[in-house]
Design a binder for this molecule. Structure first.
Ligand SMILES: [Fe+2]
Ligand SMILES: [Fe+2]
Length: 284
């Protein structure tokens, strides 16, 4: 296999992927929830009832809601309680995540662990910043690399070329994707987010976690997920696809008003969470 594809092949690949019809389908229940939410008459208890009808899904969502992620002082025992305490977008993100858990697991070894690690780190940074939307930012961290799932499941040959390149240890995963495909998993993630009707607050960090300075909708969220991604790689938790730790964007760091001295308290929150995350690395 050559290290560099001929340019005509790359153009062809780009054309092919733009036509991908079989993007992973979001389970019927998430589509239904999305439709319900568009209706201003819908109440949280109606949404809760719908999720609760699927017992396996509800159990998975509750397991995540009660995990080290959120560090709730009291146990969340029902979906309606989760909706009140965590908020609608967070519960929707958890439904989505537990629905696509198998897909994430099958796509790339270690990607699930990287995703939950990034979620925990996003939550830790958001907590240090005292953000009221820490849980939503955590869900954005959980979903940030879903584009890699699209790549692995739809373009296995190109995925192999990308993996060959990153094994040299000289390029990051997204740089290798650019060399092979002319675009990367962040763009694939955005297509998926559009396809699944995810809110912009989740779609933007999926698109811009490697270039957080370009974010306009909720730039702090993209910046936090970016920093969390780097931290979790540096901690060696999970596998983002390549062994390198990219530098933190100074623009993102400064935009959040973080100081060097904030690193230690972030790690103090994160480390015990990473060690206790093992309990949800298998949510089946
Ligand atoms: Fe990424
Ligand atoms: Fe990542």
């Amino acid at each position: 296999m050559t290290s560099q594809q001929p340019i005509q092949d790359r153009v062809q690949v780009k054309r092919d992927i733009r036509k991908i019809k079989n993007l992973p389908t979001v389970p019927g229940i998430v589509a239904k929830i999305s439709r319900m939410v568009e209706n201003p008459e819908t109440s949280a208890s109606e949404v809760g009832r719908l999720i609760s009808q699927d017992q396996v899904l509800s159990a998975k969502v509750l397991r995540m809601a009660n995990s080290a992620f959120f560090g709730m002082s009291r146990k969340i025992s029902s979906i309606s309680q989760a909706l009140v305490i965590l908020g609608f977008e967070v519960v929707k993100g958890l439904v989505l995540t537990s629905s696509v858990f198998d897909m994430i697991q099958k796509s790339m070894a270690g990607l699930w662990e990287h995703s939950i690690g990034c979620a925990a780190a996003s939550g830790a940074v958001a907590t240090i910043l005292g953000r009221a939307d820490a849980e939503e930012i955590l869900v954005a961290g959980l979903l940030h690399d879903l584009g890699k799932v699209v790549l692995a499941l739809n373009l296995p040959d190109e995925m192999r070329l990308v993996v060959d390149k990153v094994q040299s240890g000289k390029v990051l995963f997204y740089e290798a994707e650019h060399q092979v495909l002319d675009f990367d998993h962040s763009e694939l993630g955005q297509w998926l987010a559009e396809h699944w009707n995810l809110p912009d607050s989740l779609a933007e960090p999926m698109r811009l976690h490697h270039r957080p300075e370009k974010a306009v909708i909720k730039p702090e969220c993209a910046a936090i997920v970016h920093i969390a991604d780097v931290i979790v790689r540096a901690k060696g938790f999970g596998n983002a696809g390549d062994p390198l730790v990219p530098p933190i964007s100074m623009a993102a760091w400064e935009m959040l008003g973080l100081r060097k001295t904030d690193f230690l308290p972030i790690l103090e929150i994160l480390e015990p969470k990473l060690s206790s995350l093992v309990d949800i690395t298998s949510i089946n």
